[in-house]
Design a protein around this ligand. Sequence first.
Ligand SMILES: NC(=O)C1=CN([C@@H]2O[C@H](COP(=O)(O)OP(=O)(O)OC[C@H]3O[C@@H](n4cnc5c(N)ncnc54)[C@H](OP(=O)(O)O)[C@@H]3O)[C@@H](O)[C@H]2O)C=CC1
Ligand SMILES: Nc1nc(=O)c2c([nH]1)NC[C@@H]1CN(c3ccc(C(=O)N[C@@H](CCC(=O)O)C(=O)O)cc3)C=[N+]21
Ligand SMILES: [Mg+2]
Length: 292
Amino acid sequence: MAAQRLDGRLLAAQLETSMAAAIAAGLAKAGRPPGLAVLRVGDDPASAVYVANKEKACARIGAKSFGSHLPANISQAALELELHELNKNPAVDGILVQLPVPASINDRALLQVLDPNKDADGLHPLNLGRLLRGEVGPRSCTPAGVMALLKQAKLPLEGMRAVVVGRSILVGQPMALMLQQANATVTIAHSRSLNLEGICRDAELLVVAAGKPGLIGANHVSPGAVVVDVGIHRRPEGGLCGDVRFAEVEPLARAITPVPGGVGPMTVTMLLLNTLRMWAQRHALAEPCQGL
Ligand SMILES: NC(=O)C1=CN([C@@H]2O[C@H](COP(=O)(O)OP(=O)(O)OC[C@H]3O[C@@H](n4cnc5c(N)ncnc54)[C@H](OP(=O)(O)O)[C@@H]3O)[C@@H](O)[C@H]2O)C=CC1
Ligand SMILES: Nc1nc(=O)c2c([nH]1)NC[C@@H]1CN(c3ccc(C(=O)N[C@@H](CCC(=O)O)C(=O)O)cc3)C=[N+]21
Ligand SMILES: [Mg+2]
């Protein structure tokens, strides 16, 4: 039987429809649309696509996007000043600092300057702490998007053996925490793990966020596993690919996310949803898209 495709584009479009409705319904009371500011420093090529997709998505749902693109040689102090301005800007509900920033910038220090109540990416230490404790707060967008996709596909996580490949603060760590909170039994693998194949083959759910094109193949996947591919890479010959060799793994899997069209669109959607929720909270509106 062919694997079920976990279609992030479709779910993202459905969620956009409810977000657009929530904005239209709250606009009069709020007096302004939700605002998302994206701070981009230098010219990381992967970030360029992402920024463009976010701006388009904001326009589709009726949110306002503010972009600042700063030169790679900007000082830490100037960047922090820019963030302080966005923190104070009353038209801005959500702020995203596009990662990676140039090596000359201390990204941890930068993320601490963010107003935690405008943290569209859930990366401020306060919000990471809230996640760890299972408290309400903006969540890292990519793992939140993965959880929404799994939920929509009615793939039960309770008691499941899950393996997350990657332990970054942006993806791997929050992904592992969310899966644990959904009562999966979680293993994290990383670049120093021994026997990656064996660890992955034990997984009933395999989430791959290693940032290595084609790292995962048929040898890593046990028949009937659910495979989620977070990786996104531009192929030299054109087009995108993930960390999973899709053609090899798809025949084995029970369900799988494609690249593009899987996790990527969900990341954008959860970024908008985080922003929309902070906007709703500021204006005492009902929480949009409850239960996600
Ligand atoms: N689709 C989407 O919406 C998004 C996609 N991405 C993509 O996801 C990928 C991961 O992103 P991010 O977490 O930020 O990346 P990082 O580079 O910050 O982290 C990668 C993680 O993978 C681990 N790793 C690297 N190589 C291997 C290996 N050979 N075997 C096992 N583990 C390995 C690293 O281990 P160690 O800790 O030991 O170094 C690290 O923990 C990238 O391709 C990125 O572009 C990111 C965000 C959103
Ligand atoms: N603070 C921070 N948070 C992030 O979440 C973050 C980041 N920095 N830096 C860069 C990575 C990368 N990333 C992507 C998100 C969506 C798509 C996306 O929309 N992908 C679509 C379309 C891609 C296309 O068609 O070009 C897809 O996979 O189908 C891609 C990449 C978020 N990241
Ligand atoms: Mg740095």
